[in-house]
Ligand binder design. Structure first.
Ligand code: ADP
Length: 211
């Protein structure tokens, strides 16, 4: 599905690199916009495919140590920096699907470091707590731009974005994936936030009974 797009990106790059001299400035500008659109469409297709895999694929649950998983994600995802994400205390083991929880955590952390005022260093705090006996709640608190109460439900719906793509890149599918993944694992997701005061997203999963 993504191959024709790759070809478009490739041809746009060749045109820009090898034929730039013969092109008017306006044509070069169109070429750059074409390449940027191809990158955006590629991200959209990737996210829609991820969503459909999550929505329909098999969802086997097993014991996961959230702490180890979060550390692995922070160390391996290029948009995340260990100096900006602070894991506090210990988090009890949960019953989850490792691949789905990886998507959830990477999407929430990716948003937490992305939606900050330009020039502000992201600072994200992550911690866990036992709630309602059998449940574990994991919090992701950021120092970002915050979200108005009236739109806090809307952001979990497909393609709903509150900011212009010129300010913050994205497809508007990340939180839809988060909610679907949490539903399929028998868990929940929510947010507490105010504009200018940062956001606190949380996810809740069953505590793992296995030792
Ligand atoms: P994307 O990140 O691709 O835009 P998401 O579905 O992940 O899409 O998020 C939807 C919208 O919710 C974002 O465009 C943004 O407006 C808002 N949002 C999500 N996470 C945060 C956050 N941590 N702080 C502020 N706004 C957020």
């Amino acid at each position: 599905m993504r191959a024709p797009l790759r070809a478009m990106q490739g041809f746009a790059a060749v045109l820009e690199e090898d034929f730039a001299q013969g092109l008017a400035p306006e044509a070069k500008q169109y070429l750059r916009r074409l390449a940027a659109s191809a990158v955006r469409l590629d991200a959209l297709i990737r996210d829609v495919l991820n969503y459909s895999k999550l929505a329909r694929g098999e969802m086997v649950l097993a014991r996961v140590e959230p702490q180890d998983l979060i550390k692995e994600i922070v160390e391996s995802y290029p948009n995340l920096r260990p100096t900006e994400i602070h894991l506090e205390g210990s988090i009890p083991p949960v019953l989850a699907n490792r691949a789905a929880l990886t998507q959830v955590v990477s999407n929430l952390l990716g948003n937490a470091v992305k939606f900050v005022v330009r020039g502000v260093q992201p600072h994200v705090k992550v911690w866990g707590e036992s709630t309602r006996g059998e449940w574990v709640r994991i919090w992701f608190e950021d120092n970002g731009i915050g979200i108005r109460r009236e739109v806090q439900e809307r952001i979990f719906h497909m393609f709903q974005r509150l900011n212009s793509p010129d300010d913050y890149e994205g497809t508007g599918i990340g939180l839809t994936i988060v909610r679907k993944a949490m539903e399929r694992m028998g868990g929940k997701v929510g947010v507490e936030s105010e504009p200018g005061m940062g956001s606190r997203f949380w996810i809740e999963l069953k505590k793992s009974a296995e030792p």
